[in-house]
Every structure is written in structure tokens, then in C-alpha cells.
Design a protein around this ligand. Sequence first.
Ligand code: ADP
Ligand code: ZN
Ligand code: ZN
Length: 727
Amino acid sequence: MAIAKVEPLLTTRSLRGPFDYRLPERLADVGVGSVLRVPFGRQRVVGVVVEVAEASDLPPERLAEPLEALEAGATPELVRLGLWVAHEYCSTPARGLELVLPPGMGRTGSGPGPRLELSASITRAGRDALTDGVRLGRVQRAALEALIDAGELTAAELQGAGADTQALRRLESRGLVELRRSERSRRPTIVGVGARSGRPELTADQSAALARVVSAMDGQERGELLLNGVTGSGKTEVYLAAAEAALERERGAIILVPEIALAPQTVSRFAARFGDRVALLHSRLSGGERRDEWQRLRLGEARVCVGPRSAVFAPVSDLGLIVVDEEHDSSYKQEGDPRYDAREVARRRAEQVGAVLVCGSATPRPESWDRMPRVDLTERADGVPLPPVEVLDMRTGTGGDGPLHARTVEALREVRSAGGKTIVMLNRRGWSPYLSCRSCGRAWGCPECDVSLVVHRREDRLRCHHCGYAEPLPAACPDCGSVTLARQGAGTERVAELLVELAAPLPVFRLDSDSAAAAGGHLDILRRFDVADAGVLVGTQMVGKGHDFPDVVLSVVLDADATLRFPDFRSEERTFALVAQLAGRSGRGPRGGRVLVQTLAPEAEAIRHAAAHDAQGFLAAELERRRALGYPPFSHLVRLELTAPDARDAEAAAGRAHDRLRNELPAEVALLGPAPRFRLRGRHRRQVLLKAPEREPAVAAVREAVDDLAGSRDLRGVAISVDVDPQ
Ligand code: ADP
Ligand code: ZN
Ligand code: ZN
């Protein structure tokens, strides 16, 4: 008797699946990855088959039968991957498995269905009717005539001839046409911004990189590679060629990109090269489009998948290649449960199926630098040298204009008179980050979070950037009545306004999540900047990502060390990447370019090395620092966060978690905390951080502690989240 071991899609932590079900003859097709609706206690739930066995430990009469098998499921390979994610990131099997199921399937098992299209073809009798003088209505005759010429037409096309569905049904009942419903894929439209098409001959460096990838694919080398090359050094051409090599070997490829909205050029280059063999998977597609793209991959109609982190779970069979483009990008880390890192999942998946993993970046992560075999692309494909970078010290009087240094103002004026494009990056949106009362010192903070409210002048509101809380911008202080309120510091909104004055008559485009809130908004702004003859693009880190404008002659980073001021061991690497990425994207055209970096920390390693385009130097220094402090890659971090509406509950839970872990973990695991983190969305937070030389035992101890705490009755109202390898 066949037994299906089913993991119900319920996220209760205390559930100990999988559960056995008896498979009747009618469900003989069920295999690992099938999705079933099963009786579960008094409920009916959706579950995924994780194993099919010959026998169960339970007597047959105690086993229930599944109610039905649902249309589509995952593959055995993906089931394994989903369960691995659940385990590795201390989540539940259900949450891990949900990642690998068809989009929109969820816990209800009811995602969008296929789009069916009605089409008609003429029958023998229909042909005869046209010549035999059979009585036909005008519309009927027109439809039949159209069908004689075309063979088969869709209902939509026949509408053109005046025949609606009803008319077609009547023709069908008279036996004059045959109707059938067939599935037609909904395909997303792909737009390119500044994308160049064509197929250049690879340079010697690119060919060498490709050869390494291909030989790894053919099993002659270790299956992973860090492709280190500045922006414009031709990494994408290598990915394209590597994907072609995979297809030639009848293998598939997954290309991961950072947020899709910021990677239109990469997407459209893949679409141009591979046409219908590419599928696109991301959250901005409609439910139907996502389902259909997923199905095209599942059925093997498409063999290359391009998408953001979740595309690492795409149902591509016989995978030969996984590319992680811009591998330093923080969007590869999922923030919800499970807090997986798509780069680690990609590594695991590549290992599992014998595919090659290629991670590419101009600013690789210290972890990748340390552990991956590497190939370098040392020059830009166009041979143009990287632009000179000037660091501007903002600590002393700058003689400039508010947030802008005098040299920056001067450079902007030069571009205004000579023409050309400028990019200005300031990683802070809104008008100004703080509002305070000059008379009594009142500061405006979010009622739900311990952070300042940000002034948004155009909207006339104060906003919390953490929870979305908003209130009208006050005209006077509610405490003392004073009307002298100080808006301190500058965000993109304010700088954009300043630039409008400085750069006029050149147009200024602002790109941040406020200005791009509308769907497709990012693309639209980038496209407008792309087609303009000259102008200024100002915005958050989005301006430094994923695109490639050849005619940028000036790039400016404001407050470059803002990210350094975060108390986080990754601050250095983030700051370096932010500055180096923008610097690397400038001066691509014949006029060359220059880069200005305004900072309060001109001597910081991250800034100095970024200004010298020296990733290698930065990484060497950063790895030494990490080694000295015992941070990754020289240790593994696990962060436990406990939150509750009441501070005492959070505190108590954190204390218990800490004590329990201390008792269980070996002495060489450092346990930091419980430490308070700022209150967020009305919840008080405490964190406990583990710094462990060995990953597996630390994760295992946390998993047990969390399962235990989650099941404990006196911790109601406390939410626990685990972040393995926090970013
Ligand atoms: P990266 O991904 O490293 O930023 P790309 O692959 O996008 O680099 O290449 C940058 C630009 O150089 C693109 O416009 C690309 O078409 C062009 N390019 C890349 N490789 C070559 C080559 N071998 N010959 C000519 N042009 C190339
Ligand atoms: Zn006041
Ligand atoms: Zn808030």
C-alpha cells in the first residue's frame, strides 16, 4: 500500500509533521511535490507530499485518505530545497514549502487558473454550407468565410467579423464549426531602459571567465565562481554566454537580479537574447502572469528564468547555471519568515543539482571574496578608464549651498553650461529627517516607533519611515505655541528643490520610493532621464543601481558616510558598495566624467578605497578587521528577536531565551544581549545575538530554544523571530 507523507501548510510551530495518508488507486499519480487536500483533525487543509513510502508505522485503519490532488505541485528537488530552507533558517516546513509552490497557491490551494481561450475552426459541413445555399445569417456567413481563409481563429478575432460567442455557439450546434478551449499564456511585457542589444565578440578576459564557468558546468572544476569586475566590464555578457552554454547542454539557467524594478536592462538583455525561452518571475506581475510564467518553466517551455530573490525557487529542471548578479545587494535577504538568503539558497541548490553558481559584482561581499574561487574582469569593456574621484570634507566650512559643498556647486554649474547628465545620490528621502521646536526643544517622533518623523514638504506631512504612520505638518508647537519650528538636515526632496534652482534650465528627476510609488514608476523616471539630452537625476541608492547611462559626466554622493554611522558590522561594506557602485557607473561616454564624494569621514577606509576604485584593497582591510573582531566570515551570527506590546514581556522572554541558550551552548559561542532595539510598530524589542565558530550546533540550539519558547503558554503576545546570517 502506498503511503504519502504530507506536510500540512499550517504554520503552527508545534506541529510535528509529516503525517501519513493512505493513497488509494485513484491517486496513484501522486508523488513527492504533489499538493493534496487532506482531512486534518476536524479541518480540511492543503499539504505537500514530502515522501512516498511503502508502509506506515500506523495501522492502515488509522490512516485517512487524501480528499483530492490539486492541479500543480512542486518537483522533488524543490521540496528538498524548501525543507532545507525551513531547517536552515529555523522556520517551519510549511513556510519553507510555500516558497516552492506555484505562485498564488498559498495555504488555500487556490491560485489563479490558466487563461482559456475559445477558438473556432470550420467543419466539412460548414464548408459545404457556404456553397450549397444553406440558409445562413449574415454574421454566420461572414464568420464561416473568415474561417475558410484562416483555418482557425480565436473568439476575439472572430468578433472582428461580427460574430460573438453566442453566434459561434449557434454555428457549433448546427455542426458548421468546431469550438475548443485552449490555454494561452499571459506574458509580461518587458521594457528596456538604455539597454543595448546585439552580441559583441567576447574579450580575452570575458572568454577566460566563460571558459571557467563552462568547465565547471562540465564538471571539471569546483562549481562556483565569483566574477569580480567593475560596472561595464562585461559581466552581463558573460552571464548571457554562460546561459547559452547551459542551453546547448540542454540544461536550464536561473539569473537572479536585485529588485526587478532596478534591473530593467539586465532583464531586457536576457529577453532579447533568449526570446520565449526566458520567463520572468517577480511580484509586480499580475497573479495570472506569474502563474503562467511559472507553468512555462515547469513544463520546460521556458528554460531561463530571470527574477529577484524568490526566483531561486523557480521550477527549472536540469539546472546548469545559477547567476547572482550584483551579489552584494541586500535585497537578496528575505525579511519575512523564513529569513532566507537567496545567495545561500542558490549555493545549496547549485550543489544539490550539480549546477554552477556564478556570483558577480564590482563590490563583492567579504564572505564571497574569502571563500569563492574568483575571476577578475579588470577593465571596462569599452576601454574607458574609471573616472577620478574627489573626496570633499564636510567637517569644515564648505562655502557651498546648504548640503552642497562649494566644489559640488561649481561642478554642477559647469555641467549646466556644457550640457550633460549628472547623478546625485543621497540615501535619505523626504525633505528633512527631523523637526523640532526652536523655543522649547520638542522633537517630533513616531507614536508607534522610537524614531523621528520625517518632514515631507510637498505632501505637507510628517511621516514615519518605519511603520507608515503620518500626521499633518504642524504650523505651531503644540507644547509651547511657538511657530519657529526647525527642519533639520536634508533629504532627497529638499536637495531636488535646491538642484532645480542650481541646474535650471536643465530638468531635474527625483528617484526615490516616494516619487516612484506608482507601479512602474522607477522605470518611468529612469526612462525620462535616459531620453533627456541633459539633466540631473537625484535620489536614494536606487540611482546607483542596475542601469547604465553612457552620458553621465558628473556623479555626486552626499553624506557618503551616513551608512557608516549605523552601529552594524556591515556598515563598512555597505558604505563602500554604495560609493563605489555610483562611482563605477560614471564617465562612460567619450567625455569622461568625474565623481565627487561629500563626507564627514574622509579618512574612513570605506570612503578612501571607494574613491580609489580599489575593491581589492578595501576587502583585504575589511577581512582583517572582521578577523580581529570575530565577525563573519570568521564566525556565524544568529540573531534572535523577541517582541511584545509590553516592554516587560519582551524583556522576560529575552531573558529566558538567553539563559536557556547559555546553558546549552558551548562556551566558545559568544552570546550578546539581551539588548534593547528601538520600539517598532508599537512593539518593544529585545535581541540576543550569537556569535559562533560552528554554524550547525548554534542553529540547532536556537531552533530548539525557539520551538520551546513558542510552545510556552506564559509567553503569549511575544513574537520570536530568528535571523540566521543577519544582514
Ligand atoms: P557589466 O554587466 O559588467 O556592467 P555589461 O555586460 O553590461 O557589463 O557590459 C557593459 C557594456 O559594454 C554593454 O553596453 C555591453 O554591450 C558592452 N560590452 C560588453 N562586452 C563587450 C565586448 N566584448 N565587446 C564590446 N562591447 C561589450
Ligand atoms: Zn515648543
Ligand atoms: Zn512608526
